[in-house]
Design a protein around this ligand. Sequence first.
Ligand code: SF4
Length: 195
Amino acid sequence: MEISRRGFLKMSGAIGSGAALSTLGLDLTALKAHAAGLTKMDRLRTASQATSICCYCSVGCGLICSTDKLTGKIINVEGDPDHPISEGSLCAKGAGIFGLSEVNDKRLRKVLYRAPKSDRWEEKNWDWTLKRIARLVKDSRDKNFITRNDKGQLVNRLESIGHYGTSNILSEECWTLVVALRAMGLVYIDHQARI
Ligand code: SF4
């Protein structure tokens, strides 16, 4: 490619934007990523910072949440090096917590239901959803209460439903939940913090 002196000077002026380099066929991906990194560092330097705790398990690792002062929106979450327990480290769940914030526009915000054998999702409200869950639990209990004890009596055991608990709830809430699940006959009850 031949470039005239005039063209070269013009192009040099535009080098800051990267537009000229890309016309030469240079791959600017790394340069753009570096520029984006610098922009993020600048935004972080001027952001408001607040400490918090990872909600996922009882380790309770420390987080630093940065909020853009101009927009009021969260722009970063990372481990808190001053936290006495985690000292800045986070496991994969904690490290991905930023993806749960409003910045992720793919988060589920409404109930989506796909009927058996259907290939499309339907939007439902919570009233419909809770009734549907209650109906299915009742049907499952009616149909699957089949275990009998030594005396031939039907026992309260429901093996067709499992429950996987969240660590976003407190010990007291966990206790209440387990009591309710056991009362319904569930035996397969687990909790994500165990993993
Ligand atoms: S889920 Fe991971 S990051 Fe969160 S508190 Fe537990 S160990 Fe820490």
